[in-house]
Design a binder for this molecule. Structure first.
Ligand SMILES: [Zn+2]
Ligand SMILES: [Zn+2]
Length: 357
């Protein structure tokens, strides 16, 4: 056990919970980041005291600690930073010094692309509805000829320091200004179009670069392209979920494409050749050898999908099926019957095949 939490708090091993609490309060007040801004050593002392208090104030954790049981006390606060630690003691927003301007909402939009576009990538237009900066007031929220005025309460900072009652007694903390909702400015004469909000909801479209090799359901993120925040504040992110349309010529299997090809029984038996469609839209000729069995796969390397984020392409697999006729003319049936006799195959005497035409 490397850390001595009792020494950290300056109490004996027999200290009561009350004594531990008192010791922690004193240390926390002395080293609190609000009182010692930008003092790394005070911050470290504060964190260590909080860690010691977290363990020793909990009877179960204290018992384990006293027995020297090893568990990761250092990660008590979920590996979070100082703000997480403070909010775990003083509630949310207890230390808002690093709070940035409010971001707009994220937007999820959908877009469909062809299998070919998924194979090679393309630039597409994505349409969605979302808040944009109001065009009338350019996002200020103020009516024409007027301007927002600086908030008197926070002097434009958007934040105010307030005293809060916490377990350590009264503490100064930073919260969003309630007069201006944290915006720092007040609109006295609101824009007619957006009623002072600084944004309007519009149909929008953005261009999206779809990388080669994407799959159905892939979500792409366009940072900052979502809805703008109040008064034209920074935009949220736009997520685009891609639907890859089915292509009747191919079944996708990862980076590979499968094309199903049906040949006749004579073709499979005697051999033939066929033109096969590819995702490149250039047909290629393949040989089907004499005696090809149903289920045979002919592999065409580098004719599949582009690999996402990597070089190279998957394969095009041509899966051969042999079509057994279900309709025969009497002439075809006669030829086939003679064939069967030559092969010594026993065929049913009943005429169960359907006559063609
Ligand atoms: Zn406006
Ligand atoms: Zn204010």
């Amino acid at each position: 056990m490397s850390k001595d939490y009792y020494a950290t708090l300056g109490v004996s091993r027999e200290a009561s919970t009350d004594e531990i609490k008192k010791a922690f309060r004193r240390l926390a007040r002395e080293n609190h980041p609000d009182i010692n801004p930008d003092d790394a050593r005070a911050e470290a002392r504060f964190k260590l005291a909080a860690e010691a208090y977290e363990v020793l104030s909990d009877p179960e954790k204290r018992r384990l600690y006293d027995r020297g049981e090893v568990f990761d006390f250092g990660d008590l606060f979920g590996g979070g930073g100082l703000e997480d630690l403070l909010s775990s003691f003083f509630g949310g927003g207890g230390f808002g010094g690093s709070r940035g301007p409010e971001r707009g909402r994220d937007v999820l939009a959908g877009a469909s692309i062809s299998l070919k576009d998924a194979a090679f990538g393309s630039t597409i237009e994505v349409e969605f509805r979302g808040a944009v900066k109001c065009a009338t007031c350019a996002g200020t929220g103020a009516a024409e000829g007027s301007r927002p005025v600086t908030c008197v309460q926070c002097r434009g900072a958007g934040q105010v320091r307030v005293q809060r009652k916490t377990m350590l007694g009264a503490m100064m903390t930073v919260v969003a200004c309630d007069q201006c909702s944290g915006l720092g400015q007040i609109v006295e004469n609101p824009c007619q179009t957006c009623r002072g909000d600084g944004r309007t909801v519009e149909d929008r479209n953005v261009l999206l670069e779809v990388p080669a090799g994407v799959s159905d359901g892939t979500r792409l993120r366009l940072s900052g392209q979502g809805e703008v925040a109040k008064r034209g504040g920074p935009g949220g992110d736009l997520y685009v979920e891609l639907r890859v349309e089915a292509d009747e010529r191919f079944i996708r299997n990862g980076d590979d494409l499968v094309h199903r090809l049906q040949v006749g029984i004579a073709e499979a038996t005697l051999g033939t050749h066929r033109w096969i469609p590819t995702i490149d839209d250039v047909d290629v000729e393949i040989d089907i050898d004499a005696g090809t069995q149903p289920g045979t796969v002919i592999t065409l390397p580098n004719k599949g999908m582009q690999r996402l984020g990597r070089r190279g392409r998957g394969r095009l697999l041509v899966e051969i099926g042999v079509a057994v006729p279900t309709e025969l003319t009497s002439e075809e049936a006669e030829v086939l019957r003679q064939f069967a006799e030559l092969r010594d195959e026993s065929i049913s005497s009943s005429r169960r095949w359907r006559k063609a035409r």
